[in-house]
Write a protein that binds this ligand. Structure first.
Ligand code: AP5
Ligand code: MG
Length: 215
């Protein structure tokens, strides 16, 4: 899943991973878990995340590569937020080709700037497993409590306005290079992200049901 901060990658990846029966692997979730653990990896990545900057490629590629080698990912995965640079996209191609596999589809969720700001400013996330809510668009059944695991909801520190601006400014240019990379490979699937959560899911499912456009 490729898209700007707040485009709905995590929301859609969660739903689609259940529908397809493959794990949802989110680089941001892996990094936030490391930060919460206070591990050396967490201390390292925190410096970048709190500034709205990308974590260096080498480190990011190592973390994703380890996760993709876990037994539950042998039949595939929904990657959310990775790759985010051309170098990461090339590293992923290499990792997968060593397993005789390839990226089947790069779902590009497109959302306008005003809507991104509305989504990020109203987002709440659960401490248990990063289930995603929105105070207007996807409220939990009980305020402040996750529907799925009962854990407390919190607002991500990088959803503060100034950090959101930095994320958009720094991260959109490399994201467009990733979109170009998958366009060149014939696997990009653009999806209009400004509909309701259900409409976007149906659009994604329709797109991935189409025959591969590669080659
Ligand atoms: P990460 O956690 O990946 O953040 P992000 O890309 O900025 O994306 P978000 O998680 O903010 O948004 P999303 O698209 O998942 O939207 P969501 O579904 O939550 O990365 C965090 C940081 O980690 C980065 O800044 C960077 O420092 C580092 N990092 C991560 N990966 C990296 C990499 N590969 N390389 C280097 N560094 C990396 O939805 C947003 C809100 O909108 C929610 O409230 C949701 O309920 C609502 N919503 C969703 N869909 C809809 C809809 N259709 N209608 C209405 N509301 C909706
Ligand atoms: Mg996310």
């Amino acid at each position: 899943m490729v898209g700007a901060p707040g485009a709905g990658k995590g929301t859609q990846a969660e739903i689609i991973s259940h529908r397809l029966g493959v794990p949802h692997i989110a680089s941001g979730d892996l990094f936030r878990a490391a930060v919460n653990d206070g591990s050396p990896l967490g201390r390292e990545v925190k410096r970048y995340m709190e500034r709205g900057a990308l974590v260096p490629d080498e480190l990011t590629i190592r973390v994703i590569s380890e996760r993709l080698n876990a037994p539950d990912a042998v039949d595939g995965a929904i990657l959310d937020g990775f790759p985010r640079t051309r170098a990461q996209a090339e590293a992923l191609d290499k990792m997968l080709s060593q397993r005789g596999a390839a990226v089947a589809a790069a779902i590009y969720v497109e959302v306008g700037l005003d809507e991104l700001m509305r989504r990020l400013s109203g987002r709440w996330v659960c401490r248990g497993a990063e289930h995603v809510y929105h105070e207007v668009f996807r409220p939990p059944r009980r305020p402040g409590v996750c529907d799925f695991d009962g854990s407390e909801l919190y607002q991500r520190p990088d959803d503060r306005l100034e950090t959101v601006r930095a994320r958009l400014e720094r991260q959109l240019p490399p994201m467009y290079e990733v979109v170009d990379h998958y366009t060149d490979r014939g696997v990009i699937l653009p999806v209009r992200g400004d509909g309701t959560i259900e409409q976007v899911t149906e659009d994604v499912m329709r797109q991935i049901a189409q025959p591969a456009r590669r080659g």
